[in-house]
Design a protein around this ligand. Structure first.
Ligand SMILES: [Mg+2]
Ligand SMILES: [Zn+2]
Length: 220
């Protein structure tokens, strides 16, 4: 199962499975979401982020999230973190990195509605994270779980990411897929697009451009 981490403020993130408090209080019925890949989309692609100090928000990311917050569109992180399965960093480090991310966004007045993480890898590492799970993108488990827990309408949602696997995950749940040219996006788009299994619905310079496209095109 994917593990959802919700972090509000400086306190340790809450793992939903261990928590009895509602993780989410702004729910107002099924609504569209923008799912956001982490590395290369919201933050700089720097390889494995095994310490909060390695996390760098991309320059216009906070503004992008603020726009979604203002528009009442859920902003939901959906990220593969196979570094856990590979043993490169622990779940605790992953939680600390995501807590730092939440805090840096909060410092800029931007709020994520949820953070969904796949820590698995099908063939690397050891149990319980060595797992042929349903949540590692391009599979749709993270998006489905977020939709169920947060009351989101996937058909009115968009996933923004820097890899073809993000576009495949979006298509699998009937959401739109936007490729950003940050992270791996530019190289993927320039040199590998002929091999994309799913074409993007839109190509955007960065996350803010992607969000502007989503808001301008309206809920479907
Ligand atoms: Mg990425
Ligand atoms: Zn998984």
């Amino acid at each position: 199962m994917p593990r959802s981490i919700v972090g509000w403020g400086p306190q340790r993130p809450i793992f939903l499975e261990e928590s009895t408090v509602p993780a989410y209080t702004r729910r107002v019925g099924p609504r569209g979401a923008v799912f956001i890949d982490r590395d290369g989309t919201l933050t700089e692609e720097v390889g494995y982020v095994n310490h909060p100090s390695r996390l760098r928000l991309l320059p216009r990311s906070a503004e992008a999230i603020r726009r979604l917050n203002r528009a009442g569109v859920a902003a939901v992180l959906a990220t593969n973190q196979a570094g856990v399965a590979r043993g490169y960093f622990s779940e605790e480090v992953l939680a600390a990195v995501n807590a730092a991310l939440v805090q840096r966004l909060k410092d800029e007045g931007a709020y994520l509605d949820g953070l969904y993480v796949c820590p698995h890898h099908p063939t690397e590492g050891a149990a319980p994270f060595r797992l042929d799970c349903d949540c590692r993108k391009p599979r749709p488990g993270l998006l489905r779980r977020a939709a169920s827990e947060l009351g989101l309408d996937l058909l009115r949602s968009t996933l923004v990411g820097d890899k073809p696997s993000d576009l495949v995950a979006a298509r699998a749940v009937g959401a739109r897929g936007v490729l950003v040219l940050t992270g791996y996006g530019l190289g993927e788009w320039e040199y590998r697009r002929a091999a994309f299994p799913v074409a993007p619905d839109h190509v955007a310079g960065d996350l803010l451009d992607a969000v502007e496209w989503v808001l301008a095109s309206g809920p479907r």
